[in-house]
Design a protein around this ligand. Structure first.
Ligand SMILES: NC(=O)c1ccc[n+]([C@@H]2O[C@H](COP(=O)([O-])OP(=O)(O)OC[C@H]3O[C@@H](n4cnc5c(N)ncnc54)[C@H](OP(=O)(O)O)[C@@H]3O)[C@@H](O)[C@H]2O)c1
Length: 255
């Protein structure tokens, strides 16, 4: 037996069929951890609570990567309810580590966005559950950069916020999240981001070059992030954040 090999853990993944959840299941399964998958189509409904106690029985770790089907203000109620159900079930089951995936800047955007208030409620639910916990706040994923850029096109001009963004490949976020989840609880918020802090204008130029499109990119302080007002550094992590390795241009070239 290799004494340095991490112990096999029983891990319940909430939101197991999503972009992040499905990769987590694959990654942790490949490392020989025992996985219980939770989504409405597989095992339990974390919003109603149906099937949740059963899905958490015997779990060493629970990872909450559930998402609301709607990104608008109604997401606040969804995250409040799902995390209230989950924190109660995790405490009852005696789970050893409760991990939540949140978003860099959730605290700064909470006053203006119900979705972000929901993410903060999800963080607080873990931190006050009585279960050892870790919150990982991530930046946006490389996978979203084409849709973010498209959302900023108006009359063949890309109008971008005068702000920075630091996207990460979701596969690299999953690797970091999985490592944290099977490690010791931090009882703290930890941040992760991509390798490059870019202006929104640079991100748009990178996406447009990949798409072989020749559109003008204009910085406009009146433009927000999906309608939310942002400051220059709202969406970027602090300097101590863990970082992914693959720059956006390289990731787009391989996608
Ligand atoms: N997008 C970003 O830039 C970003 C950045 C940082 C963090 N995050 C966070 O990353 C997390 C994961 O995002 P994602 O893109 O992987 O989400 P996603 O692809 O939309 O997946 C959501 C998952 O939640 C499940 N789900 C929804 N309602 C449920 C319910 N009532 N009961 C059980 N399962 C339910 C879905 O399965 P069913 O519908 O089958 O139930 C699915 O498995 C989110 O919390 C998001 O806030 C996102």
């Amino acid at each position: 037996m290799n004494p340095t090999a991490p112990a096999t853990r029983s891990v319940t993944v909430i939101g197991s069929t999503g972009l992040i959840g499905s990769q987590l299941v694959q990654h942790l399964g490949a490392a020989a951890h025992r996985i219980v998958e939770v989504s409405q189509s597989t095992r339990a409904d974390v919003f109603t609570g149906e099937g949740l106690d059963d899905a958490l029985a015997g779990a060493d770790v629970v990872i909450d990567v559930v998402n609301s089907a709607t990104p608008d203000d109604s997401a606040e109620g969804f995250f409040r309810q799902t995390s209230a159900n989950l924190s109660a079930a995790a405490a009852t089951a005696g789970v050893g580590h409760y991990v939540v995936l949140s978003i860099v800047g959730a605290d700064l955007l909470a006053p203006v966005a119900g979705y972000m208030r929901g993410k903060l409620a999800q963080e607080v639910a873990a931190a006050t559950s009585g279960v050892p916990w870790t919150v990982l706040r991530s930046t946006q994923f490389h996978e979203l950069t084409e849709s973010i850029t498209e959302s900023l096109v108006v009359d063949d001009v890309v109008r971008v916020p005068d702000a920075s963004i630091q996207t990460i490949a979701s596969a690299e976020l999953v690797e970091i999240l999985a490592g944290i989840a099977v490690g010791d609880p931090l009882d703290a918020i930890h941040e992760v981001g991509g390798p490059q802090r870019m202006s929104f204008a640079d991100m748009a130029h990178t996406v447009l070059a990949h798409q072989h499109r020749d559109l003008r990119v204009v910085e406009d302080p009146a433009v927000g992030y999906f309608g939310l007002p942002i400051e220059a550094t709202t969406l970027v992590p602090d300097d101590t954040a863990q970082r992914g390795a693959t720059p956006l241009a390289d990731w787009l070239a391989r996608s």
